[in-house]
Design a protein around this ligand. Structure first.
Ligand SMILES: [Mg+2]
Length: 369
């Protein structure tokens, strides 16, 4: 059993929690500080109810509702909160996966405590008590179904998919709700008459049984050390600028490296995953001779993997970096500290160019603490 936790309108909820004046009012978080010339990076549920969603130009959002509350994105705050939630979840002593900045998974196989639904309720209550924001929880036999379940009763939902309701839930769930079916894959299948998840099940029954999801995560049975460490991020819109894409790979690589270092692990294999309309769901990995937990080195390898994709400059919507072949060990950096810092500074500049001054500076501070 997997218990998937998906924070509700994460960035917007954090802003509401920090500034109660905003609570319940239609609110958008902009990628940049200039409210009329940026893109909605997150919308709270009051704004979503008006038809405003992430990826939409803010100008358009304001044309829908002129009194929208606006906050410029502050990645540092979101990453910090995400890390704190991760720490809280660690307290449950179950294998835990950091799936993305606002998604976490617990592996309940081997769990002998209270029933999973009570556990889900308790986790939701804990998150709310500590951070004043809500999460939706999905519980099912595998990653794919648990993630789907988390989406079905948002916000503040708790959904269990088991053998008893499997058919009923899949029948009423549109195929594009399923992870990986939101874009081209889903459109192709829907054009062939597969409209619900149940239609997919009837055509490909094994799909829901075997598919663990995008990352073969859910760190192994009861071993304390994970088999792999991942970070992924869905961009607020399709991104074409290779410098911005590289900056995100850089940041995700650094986040993975921080987690490796926290656990005294080194990695020998880097996996890069990209998702976009032309590139589809591209994933490839590279194993190398030496071991590392240096974000800059992981980034360099990820760039080499990206060069293997057949497209030179694809539009990208989501990015994931995973390190595996992990072992414990003392790491001897191959690159001088100087070069490492140079890379850090470049990444800072790129991200700041994208999100506005000071957007990521404190985030890296958090990451390297
Ligand atoms: Mg979410």
């Amino acid at each position: 059993m997997i218990l998937h936790i998906d924070m509700d309108a994460f960035f917007a909820s954090i802003e509401e929690a920090i500034n109660p004046r905003l609570k319940g009012k239609p609110l958008i978080v902009g990628s940049r500080g200039n409210r009329m010339h940026t893109v909605v990076c997150a919308a709270n549920y009051a704004a979503k109810a008006l038809g405003i969603h992430s990826g939409m130009p803010t100008k358009r959002a304001y044309s829908i509702y002129s009194k929208l509350e606006f906050v410029a994105a502050d990645q540092a705050k979101y990453i910090w909160t995400s890390e704190q939630i991760f720490e809280l979840l660690k307290g449950y002593g179950l294998p835990l996966n950091y799936a993305s900045i606002d998604e976490f998974q617990l592996d309940l196989s081997g769990y002998a405590g209270q029933n999973p639904v009570s556990l889900g309720k308790e986790i939701k209550a804990q998150i709310y008590a500590n951070f004043n924001i809500s999460a939706s929880v999905g519980i099912a036999k595998n990653w794919l179904l648990a993630k789907l379940a988390s989406k079905l009763n948002k916000p503040d939902g708790l959904t269990l998919i088991d053998d008893a309701n499997f058919e009923q839930v899949l029948r009423k769930t549109s195929l594009d709700k399923l992870c990986g079916m939101g874009g081209k894959n889903g459109r192709i299948l829907m054009a062939r008459g597969l409209n619900t998840c149940w239609d997919l099940y009837l055509n490909l029954p094994g799909f829901f049984d075997n598919n663990p999801g995008k990352f073969e995560e859910s760190p192994g049975k009861s071993s304390e050390k994970p088999k792999s460490i991942s970070h992924s991020y869905t961009l607020p819109k399709f991104e074409l600028n290779p410098r911005v894409i590289q900056a995100w790979i850089r940041l995700l690589s650094e986040m993975v490296a921080v987690r490796l270092r926290q656990q005294d692990l080194v990695s020998q294999t880097v996996h890069l995953w990209l998702d976009g309309p032309e590139i589809g769901n591209f994933g490839a990995q590279k194993t190398f001779q030496t071991q590392t937990n240096d974000g800059y080195e992981i980034y360099q390898i990820a760039l080499k993997i990206m060069a293997k994709s057949s497209l030179r400059n694809p539009k990208i919507r989501a990015i994931g970096v995973t390190c595996s072949s992990l072992s414990e060990g003392v790491y001897q950096p191959l690159l001088s500290e100087e070069l490492r810092r140079e890379g850090l500074i470049q990444a800072l500049d790129r991200i700041n160019n994208r999100f506005g001054e000071r957007a990521i500076y404190p985030a890296i501070t958090v990451l390297t603490r």
